[in-house]
Design a protein around this ligand. Structure first.
Ligand code: ASP
Length: 587
């Protein structure tokens, strides 16, 4: 028997028992004639003690144990004189009788302790050692809990888990596909799924009614912070549902997970905010509603006063930072720099502050009378002691910039408290978005999303007016899931493909299987998918998904542990009928 107990379970109630433990040597220290070793396994740490005076040979052996040696010990549980209240096993230690070295270890490249000296890349390279650290391991345990509770809830709701293939044909989800060359069919390729979208719809045609899958998805996106080329979704689909049925079911999942995993309950329904309102009030389709500070449209009031930055602008908006009238020039300059960063790209901002006596001070007061300024303050809800920040430009761009500014001020004011969770649904997304560069419409969600029936009449004449029954679940300013009610007839689906600029032949070639399926009694259906890594990270109070994936890629999309992507043998390429162009590297 390797062990009678784990390293995380012995307490004072085991005092006097003879036990056998197995684990890794986390560290050892000498103190007078005594040697102490922290023995670690998945469950915790137990202190071992060796006494030079009572057993010099054994103590000598203990001193020879290096970091990360795997050892088995037998001994007696004793009460510690120097207790450690931070450890569940902190009241006891093991007076060791025998030690067996089960395996030795090279000196690890970084210390495997809570506060490690290893940098990011080093820990990624030795990920199996990093996973020994309690912080990283507990993230994986949280992930496991999330997966189990997801299955428990969805199973309870009658969903069945079905696996879908990984070698497929392209699914448009807005990213590039990873492609896999076929050896048996030279010159032909599979694509890895960006999501199981078309398969889950086919399962609805098959009558499965309620499907889910915790599934790997693959998207060959440009490098962006905290994105992974392969990630996991909780992917779901339901038949005979309207939007509200889907939202209610998955609000239930969210409540279940928060309760089961974090012990957090929510009062009342999650707010449901239409896309247009989210954009105009928060400047984003993923609002952080842990705080107010709404955006106000002041275009009408701000124009007509010959103030150059506002006069010609199609849109002028403002936010009010409560209690910030005292912010210094330097602080406001920092905010100006913030909105001018290339990612935000605003020209600048104009401030106005409400003094204690209710008068409003602003550098724009050459153009605006005292009354004008008071009027602007009233519009934005600014009171004595508040700071108004105004920006002008094209509507969408300016709203986005105000949204970013709002988040930044929220952060500076400590309003984005990680221990508070504020979920909401954003609904009624536009069906399409126009891309200037390619001069065509793209599906805002994906091309299988149904137009709202009442907007169908604009599909051909004014497609930009069409909204969809598409929705996102947003928590604390992060989108963690999204879905839609789908098109379920081949005619509307063909119309959609046409609107997206696909010819009849292209549509047939890419999605003939789906259009065909829709000719055999497809039920009305809709669904959603959640970013499982991201949701788990949020539950763990972090915004780094990498920490919640056992073997992640680095921010260059490389796995530095197994060293991939990597070249393959010429013979493998020959079998695939592939030749590498010299200039091919990096596309
Ligand atoms: N397939 C979609 C996605 O991956 C989700 C959905 O519409 O169900 O975002």
């Amino acid at each position: 028997m390797y062990r009678t107990h784990t390293c995380g379970e012995l307490t004072i109630s085991n005092k006097g028992e003879k036990v056998t433990l197995s684990g890794w040597v986390q560290r050892s220290r000498e103190f007078g004639g005594m040697t102490f070793i922290d023995l670690r396994d998945r469950y915790g740490i137990t202190q071992l003690v060796f006494n030079m005076e009572t057993d010099a040979a054994l103590c000598g052996e203990a001193r020879g144990l290096g970091r990360e040696f795997v050892v088995q010990v037998t001994g007696t549980v004793a009460e510690r004189s120097n207790k450690n209240p931070k450890l569940p096993t902190g009241d006891i230690e093991i007076i060791v009788d025998t030690v067996t070295v089960l395996n030795t270890s090279d000196i690890p490249p970084f210390t495997i302790e809570e506060n490690t000296d290893g940098g990011d890349e080093l820990r990624m390279k030795y990920r199996y050692l990093d996973l020994r650290r309690q912080v990283v391991r507990s993230n994986m345990v949280l992930r496991h809990r999330m997966a189990q509770e997801t299955r428990r809830y969805l199973d309870g709701q009658g969903f069945i888990e079905v696996e879908t293939p990984v070698l497929i044909k392209s699914t448009p989800e807005g990213a590039r596909d990873f492609i896999v060359p076929s050896r048996l069919h030279n010159g032909e390729f599979y694509a890895l799924p960006q999501s199981p979208q078309t398969f889950k719809q086919l399962l609805m045609v098959a009558g499965f009614d309620r499907y889910f899958q915790i599934v790997k998805c693959f998207r060959d996106e440009d490098l962006r912070a905290d994105r992974q080329p392969e990630f996991t979704q909780i992917d779901c689909e339901m038949s005979f549902v309207h939007q509200d049925d889907v939202l209610d079911t998955f609000e239930g999942l969210a409540r279940h997970l928060f309760q089961a995993v974090r012990g957090i309950g929510f009062e009342g329904k999650f707010p449901r905010i239409p896309y247009d309102e989210a954009m105009s009030r928060y400047g984003t389709d993923k609002p952080d509603i842990r705080f107010g500070m709404y955006i106000t449209d002041i275009t009408k009031a701000a124009r007509g006063k010959d103030f150059p930055p506002f006069e010609e602008a199609p849109y002028v908006g403002a936010i009010c930072a409560s209690g910030c009238a005292g912010w210094s020039r330097k602080q406001i300059d920092e905010l100006t720099e913030f909105v001018r960063r290339p990612q935000i790209g605003a020209k600048g901002l104009v401030w106005a502050r409400v003094e204690e006596d209710g008068t409003v001070k602003s550098p724009a007061d050459k153009y605006y009378s005292a009354d004008d300024l008071v009027n602007l303050a009233l519009m934005t809800g600014a009171d004595a002691g508040d700071l108004m920040l105004m920006m002008a430009g094209p509507r969408e761009k300016t709203l986005n910039a105000l949204g970013e500014l709002r988040l930044e001020i929220g952060r500076r004011l400590g309003l984005r408290d990680d221990s508070v969770y504020a979920p909401l649904w954003v609904t009624d997304f536009p069906l399409l978005e126009w891309d200037d560069e390619t001069g065509r419409y793209y599906a805002k969600h994906h091309p299988f999303t149904a137009p709202k029936p009442e907007d169908m009449k604009y599909m051909e004449s004014e497609p930009w007016r069409v909204h969809a029954n598409a929705y996102d679940l947003v928590i604390n300013g992060t989108e963690i899931g999204g879905g839609s009610i789908r098109i379920h007839d081949s005619e509307t689906q063909s119309l959609m493909f046409r609107t997206l600029g696909l010819t009849e032949e292209e549509a047939q070639q890419q999605f003939g299987f789906l259009l065909n399926a829709f000719r055999y009694g497809a039920p009305p259906h809709g669904g959603i998918a959640f970013g499982f890594d991201r949701w788990t990270a949020i539950m763990g109070g972090s915004d780094t998904i990498r920490d919640f994936i056992a073997f992640p890629k680095n921010n260059q999309a490389r796995d530095v542990m197994i060293d991939t992507p990597s070249t393959v043998k010429k013979q493998q390429l020959d079998e695939l009928g592939i030749e590498i162009k010299k200039s091919g590297k990096g596309g």
